[in-house]
Design a protein around this ligand. Sequence first.
Ligand code: CAA
Length: 380
Amino acid sequence: MIDFTLTSDQELIQQTAREFAREHLAPGVIERDDKAEFPNEQIKLLGELGFMGMMVPEEWDGAGFDTVTYVIAMEEIAAVELATSTVMSVNNSLVCQLFVDYGTEKQKEKYLRSLASGTKLGAYSLSEPQSGSDASNMRTFAQKDGDHYVINGTKNWVTNGINSDIVTLFCLTEKGAGYKGITAFVVEKGTPGLSVGKKEDKLGIRASDTCELYFENCRIPVENRIGEEGQGFKIAMKALGGGRIGIAAQALGLARAALDASITYAKERKQFGKTIGEFGAIQNILANMATEIDAARFLIWRAAKLKDEGKNYIRESSMAKLFASSTAMKAATDCVQIHGGYGYMQEYGVERLMRDAKITQIYEGTSEIQQLVIARDLLQ
Ligand code: CAA
């Protein structure tokens, strides 16, 4: 049965997230973007609300919600500050989910509890300078040495790389074995041999941090391995499959913010003796924007529901991300266009939407990678 009605719990979460965003994110959002200032206080509060481990079972100090509830919250947070929703997304759908799915009891005790309750922050480190879309082409190597691994290599574009306490890391443990030589690990910040690069200066989501991580003879105990040797690529891919639903929800929130700003402005701004909303040209843009936003939401909810039902959702997750991210980019660009000269100015807050939207077409798999995942599934 198709049912678009939210449960009372979901309505409550939506309301809570909306109020949180209005009260704690809206003030200072332009300044944080301008100064590239990490939303420390806001992330702490999100943790207290249970929003940093939304899909983690309560027995591990998470909120115990399903994916549909998670994307509803994500839309609200992203509608006000995409950068904060990025920090939230990585911790929830990449890092916590990975421990839920693959962590040992000991790892869950040691890491998942604090990640889910928001007292610690996680990062997910897969990409390297030469391996972005071609994720399995990595070089970082973890050499087994008795009951330890010794890691050497460079990772890049690590979201939360600076502010995180815990890094889930993917390395080769066998050279020349392709994706079958990749293994997942958890590395704590402060481990000797792990150093953190400078904060990258980015086009958008500037308040979130992104950096390189350098591993130089970084020794970690064998108990920090997640899953078995050689299982790492599948672990990484499974996490990304779920993560992409969250990124789609981020894109949706941003697109909705663009629509809301466009409607408000179209009703206020007068040119040639009438509001610009009275012109067909503007009406057409608004109508298309609203239609695409609803279509994106339905794709996202479908993917989330499939995941919650334990069904295969990989194609649907990629479809949701592909469509929602292009909707966000288009909506943000149209929003700036509707605002004209004012839209180009920082104080109106809509040029940030345009800069922020772009990343949703790039991270956790570019649009071209989503097309590849969808097409492979269609043709198999
Ligand atoms: N779940 C489980 N297993 C999966 C899977 C999934 N979603 N996707 C692939 N696999 C399995 C395949 O079934 C295959 O196993 P078998 O041989 O047993 O069938 C194995 O993994 C290898 O798969 P492929 O042959 O498809 O691998 P590939 O090298 O051709 O390409 C890819 C796969 C889809 C292109 C992949 O490399 C990919 O997703 N690339 C994009 C990487 C990406 O999203 N990076 C973002 C990094 S995180 C980030 O953005 C930063 C951040 O902090 C937010």
